[in-house]
Design a protein around this ligand. Sequence first.
Ligand SMILES: [Zn+2]
Length: 101
Amino acid sequence: MKIKKGDKILIVKGKDRGKSGKIARALPNKLMVVIEGLNLRKKTIKPKRAGEKGRIVSVAWPMRVENVMIVCDACNKPTRVGYRSQGKKKIRYCKKCKATV
Ligand SMILES: [Zn+2]
């Protein structure tokens, strides 16, 4: 998966389309990502003890990785990334401006 934690992204599909955010968590096995404060869903938390009330909280829900695009730091545009190798390391780069991302 080309997207990892901390990446700046733009949502290109779904109800939060057009919003940008930061990757809070990447789930490579599921090809999904969690974006800080976006794609929120209400979740009910059940009371743990007698006398306690259940609560409803908003949680950032994972979304499919193809629904987001990386925003390049250098050109500030949503872009696709490629890989080039530098020695033994694989470096990601922006396909628009060729800067390392
Ligand atoms: Zn760029």
